[in-house]
Design a protein around this ligand. Structure first.
Ligand SMILES: Cc1cc2nc3c(=O)[nH]c(=O)nc-3n(C[C@H](O)[C@H](O)[C@H](O)COP(=O)(O)OP(=O)(O)OC[C@H]3O[C@@H](n4cnc5c(N)ncnc54)[C@H](O)[C@@H]3O)c2cc1C
Length: 536
């Protein structure tokens, strides 16, 4: 038996035709799929190992030239300005990367042209934690103190990472599914489940990273025997497949670079770096391209039938507003997670000799608008060397993330007075908590204290983040059906501008308490599938 992951338009009937398999054999092998005409995109489907089995045709990808010292082929804007793209993607974080990968994966050599513009440069060819010399201290310095990695967002504690790969170069890869209240979330649960499966597969999400780690198991047992039966090994986007048959698995921690790489091996695309999108160009009411600028202020218009903005919760509405594209919700309904972080110390001597990492999640539920996660021992997970320095006292973290209501008055707007070096207006950001948000944050803080007491380690500190802090900001181009309260439709297309899409964290209409990236990637893949259907 072989496993085949269904393409966008596959049903059991079509798969049977594609692989010359008897339909009734296929139905027997896949008895969990009730209907042979049910769309199956992303589902694993069992195929018999029949002699008549024939693989789909082999894909030939012409290797693009790589300039010296660079690890991914790049194009010049001069060259790109002479092409009309079927799809042009702005930004290479997880949103842009996921959309690109899905388009290349599905289109392969069908003649469609894809371009990508990225404001930043080539910075790291992989997640920082995959680099042997980057231990916890160096990662922390990169992630939180380095001016090359962190660009402050004026007036807030938020930061951006302007580089190929976006913030996924330094993220901590925690990837749980989100609780999506059906009355507030425009995509049906069954469809989300399908796209979650595709996203988890593409990002290697599993809970094996901490599974079996002695200290993790000890804390898990205490939690499950206490009042937390749902406590689980934390799902992380890590590739722990052993290398076999010469397939190299050197990128343990997932970053959007993996999306760019997977895409590259499916279909060539043009990528321009140091190419900042400043405006979307429209003609007769539909998208026609993007106005892009270089750091030396050269200006280009790249033509495209479809544009996907993946420039982040702050970058995307900034481009839209600077283009004069006004929708009632564009820039509004900014959300974030409220966060409270506790630390605890434990003495190494009181725990098993082999320690292992801690990664535990107590997930949100319909009734629990927050999640609690345990991570640590701080620094421990970062040592590539087996000889982890022995420390008698170790620190770990218990973090609570709460949901924040989407409210019109929490917003980003263009600063009428300040412009950046590209002439783009700076953003002004307003975000504060409602009374309901504060109450949830209070409950999350109490839960963090309870968790610490159940695992038997008193907290040494406990402090909430400010509303304008953290890495989970979202919602400034929320999707929905009503243009009065949403910026895009349920597929991420900006209301009233055909061909213009959003695929990044700004698309969340509401946000559960789970870390956002997996859910956003699932939505970005879904948006790519929708575009594929539209451009047929
Ligand atoms: C330290 C840290 C830890 C994190 N841990 C987690 C975690 O464990 N789990 C989780 O789910 N999330 C985590 N996050 C958040 C996660 O990184 C984000 O959710 C995710 O990166 C958002 O993806 P995005 O595509 O919306 O934006 P980004 O990753 O910010 O990517 C935006 C891209 O657009 C580019 N860009 C911006 N403006 C322009 C423009 N005008 N023209 C062209 N390009 C532009 C940027 O350079 C960047 O490449 C963490 C973040 C940080 C910083």
């Amino acid at each position: 038996m072989r496993i085949y992951v269904a393409d966008i338009s596959d049903t059991l009937r079509k798969i049977a035709q594609k692989f010359h398999i008897n339909l009734s054999d296929l139905i027997t092998l896949n008895s969990r799929i009730p209907d042979p005409d049910h769309p199956l995109a992303g589902f694993p489907v069992y195929l018999p190992l029949a002699p008549s089995y024939s693989e789909p045709s082999i894909i030939h990808v012409t290797p693009a030239p790589v300039s010296e010292g660079s690890w991914i082929p790049t194009s010049s804007l001069e060259k790109m300005s002479q092409t009309e793209y079927d799809v042009l993607i702005v930004g290479t974080g997880p949103g842009g990367g996921a959309a690109l990968w899905r388009l290349c994966e599905q289109w392969r050599n069908n003649g469609k042209k894809i371009g990508v513009v990225e404001a930043g440069n080539l910075l790291l060819p992989t997640h920082a934690r995959n680099i042997e010399t980057v231990n916890f201290k160096r990662w922390f310095d990169l992630a939180y103190n380095s001016p090359r990695f962190k660009i402050p967002v004026a007036g807030t504690k938020f930061v951006q990472l302007i580089a190929v790969g976006g913030r996924s170069l330094i993220w901590t890869a925690v990837s749980p599914r989100m609780y999506l209240a059906p009355q507030q979330w425009p995509v049906p649960q069954w469809e989300m489940d399908m796209y979650y499966r595709i996203a988890e597969q593409a990002m290697n999400v599993s809970n094996v990273y901490t599974k079996g780690s002695p200290i993790n198991q000890l804390f898990l047992n205490r939690l499950r025997n206490g009042q937390y039966p749902a406590a689980m090994n934390e799902p992380l986007a890590v590739d722990l497949e052993p290398t076999k048959y010469g397939e190299i698995h050197s990128n343990v921690f997932f970053s959007s670079i993996s999306f760019l790489a997977k895409a590259l091996y499916r279909k060539p695309y043009d990528l321009a770096v140091l190419a900042r999108a400043v405006q979307v160009v429209t003609e007769k009411g539909r998208v026609a391209g993007v106005h892009v600028m270089t750091p030396d202020k050269r200006s280009y218009v790249l033509k495209a039938k479809t544009v996907i903005l993946s420039a982040s919760t702050f970058g995307t509405p900034r481009i839209l507003l600077n283009s004069g594209i006004r929708g009632n919700a564009i820039g509004h309904y900014l959300i974030n997670h409220s966060a409270v972080r506790g630390t605890f110390k434990f003495n190494r001597k009181d725990y098993p000799y082999v320690l292992g990492p801690i990664g535990i999640l107590i997930p949100e539920t319909e009734k629990l608008p927050y999640q609690v996660s345990l991570q640590g021992p701080i620094g421990y997970q970062f040592y590539h060397d087996k000889q982890i320095p022995f420390q008698e006292e170790m620190d770990a973290l218990i973090a609570g993330f709460g949901t924040v209501e989407p409210r019109y008055e929490n917003k980003v707007t263009l600063d009428p007075y300040k412009r950046d070096e590209y002439g783009m207006p700076e953003l002004q950001i307003h975000l504060d908590y409602s009374e309901a948000d504060k109450a949830i944050l209070g409950q999350a803080a109490e839960e963090v204290k309870r968790v610490a007491s159940v695992i038997g380690t008193p907290l040494v500190s406990l402090a909430p983040d400010e509303p304008i802090d953290g890495d989970h900001e979202a919602g400034t181009c929320r999707m929905g059906d009503d243009p009065a309260t949403s910026a895009t439709d349920r597929y991420g297309q900006i209301h009233g501008v055909p061909g213009l899409y959003v695929a990044d964290n700004s698309i969340f209409p509401v946000m559960g308490a789970a870390n956002p990236t997996l859910t956003m990637v699932a939505l970005a893949i879904r948006t790519a599938d929708y575009i594929i259907r539209k451009l047929k």
